[in-house]
Design a protein around this ligand. Structure first.
Ligand SMILES: [Fe+2]
Length: 435
């Protein structure tokens, strides 16, 4: 065993994120517009219930639309027998005005089947899309993880890099069942124009694969102060099983043999609203104690074992790591530093021999274009790579006995690849030379 004596340093990251100008706002004498119309957009799949029998669909219209529906049916096309589920409306007023967000959870679906659907009503419908429900018994499944997609929204292809990364990951991994984005979806999450650009780039992606997001610090930046995560939470419909007052910011779900936990690590941004860590810690204890899943995986944005020089997330490490490690969480995926790294299995700041004795912390790189030159291997890293040349994504394949993890560049190059099995054995597979 090796004690790394982790240094505690105050985080001054927020000071680097001062906002000096306001891109994306309607200019001149034109009144701002939400970008929404009677025709639905921002169609997104998430799960708020059992992935085998439910699917939650969220979409947006302008505030003139009174009723809107999901029309859906099994098979490759909608027929006269299509079912209709009414959307529940919630109005969201952003810096661009008020839009209407609808969501509906389709229930009683058949496991392991493809459904075709569209959303809307009257003369205004979205394009037809489709999804597949989870099988009742899942022996093995694959899913995708992406780091920060954040990008400026100026230029002719805002979030184009994120779109290319996501499409490439889906094309190369057609068996993937869902996707996770580990925070900093947008650059300025308190400006609706940034969300509009992100959703435009995500069309044909998050309406086909369930999309389970994590909030990041950039979800708090913008031209005005907003309460907690109101823009982020308005855009998505997320599981409501998190701690009271932080529903959607923290949540958990199960898929096959894996229990997934999502946490909000943005205490710095939410200090004025109070302590968001204590309620999450209490909830996390209960949530993990209540799971008998063979594997447990956690996601949150700020990394307890990050890659960026002069950055240390001691507050988050002290809050979450003891609980994650005590309850045998196998893998923790973090973002924020835009580097790629992996620790040995850690317990209390100490590297353990077997994967089953500790928690492996990974920093996931980036799915957008933003890179940091001042990323470096630190004393607690078993692997480090700074993906300066290309964005990257992660492919995980999980079965009861084994989890395989691969970080890939968009061109397919494997950056890091390893397996852990139910006996606690860690097996290194392909790996790129550290840079
Ligand atoms: Fe971040």
């Amino acid at each position: 065993m090796k004690n790394f004596g982790i240094r505690i340093m105050a985080s001054a990251a927020l000071a680097l994120c001062l906002i000096l100008s306001v891109p994306g706002r309607t200019s001149g004498s034109e009144p701002p517009t939400t970008g929404a119309s009677a025709r639905p957009d921002h169609v997104t799949l998430t799960w708020t219930g059992d992935p085998a029998t439910t699917m939650t669909v969220t979409w947006r219209t302008d505030a003139t639309v009174g009723e809107s529906f999901v029309e859906y049916g099994q098979g490759a096309a909608l027929t006269g027998k299509a079912l209709r589920a009414p959307g529940t409306a919630r109005d969201f007023t952003s810096d661009l005005g008020t839009a209407r967000i609808f969501s509906a959870t389709l229930a009683g679906l058949a496991p392991g089947k493809r459904y075709t659907y569209r959303v809307g009503g009257g003369d205004h419908w979205s394009e037809t899309s489709s999804f597949e429900t989870a099988r009742k018994k899942i022996d093995r499944f694959t899913f995708l993880i992406f780091g920060d997609s954040q990008a400026p929204i100026d230029g002719d292809a805002p979030f184009g890099i994120w779109r290319r990364t996501a499409l490439s990951a889906i094309r190369e991994n057609p068996e993937a069942r869902f996707m996770v984005l580990t925070g900093d979806l947008t650059d300025w999450g308190l400006m609706q124009a940034h969300w509009n650009a992100w959703f435009a780039a995500s069309r044909g992606i998050i309406d086909r694969l369930p999309f389970m997001p994590v909030s990041g610090n950039h979800e708090h930046y913008g031209s005005r102060k907003a309460a907690r995560q109101d823009y982020y939470l308005a855009q998505f419909t997320l599981p409501g099983n998190g701690p009271e007052g932080l529903r959607g910011q923290a949540y958990s779900y199960d898929y096959g043999p894996v229990h997934f936990v999502v946490l909000d690590s943005q205490q710095v941004e939410q200090r004025q609203q109070g302590d968001i860590l204590t309620p999450q810690k209490e909830w996390l204890e209960r949530d993990l104690a209540g799971s008998e899943a063979p594997w447990k995986i956690a996601f949150f944005h700020r990394p307890p074992y990050g890659t960026k020089l002069n950055r240390d997330e001691a507050e988050i490490r002290d809050a979450f790591c003891p609980i994650l490690e005590r309850h045998g969480v196998d893998l923790v995926f973090n973002a924020h530093d835009h580097g790629i790294s992996r620790t040995p299995p850690m317990k209390g700041g100490v590297a353990m021999e077997k994967a089953s004795e500790g928690t492996i912390y990974l920093v996931v790189g980036h799915s957008g274009g933003k890179t940091y030159k001042d990323n470096a291997r630190k004393e607690f890293h078993d692997f480090f790579y700074n993906p300066l040349d290309q964005p990257n994504y992660w492919v995980l394949e999980a079965s009861e006995k084994k989890i395989g993890v691969k970080a890939r560049k968009v061109d397919g190059t494997i950056i890091d690849s390893f397996e852990i099995d139910s006996k606690g054995t860690f097996k290194q597979k392909e790996q790129l030379k550290e840079n």
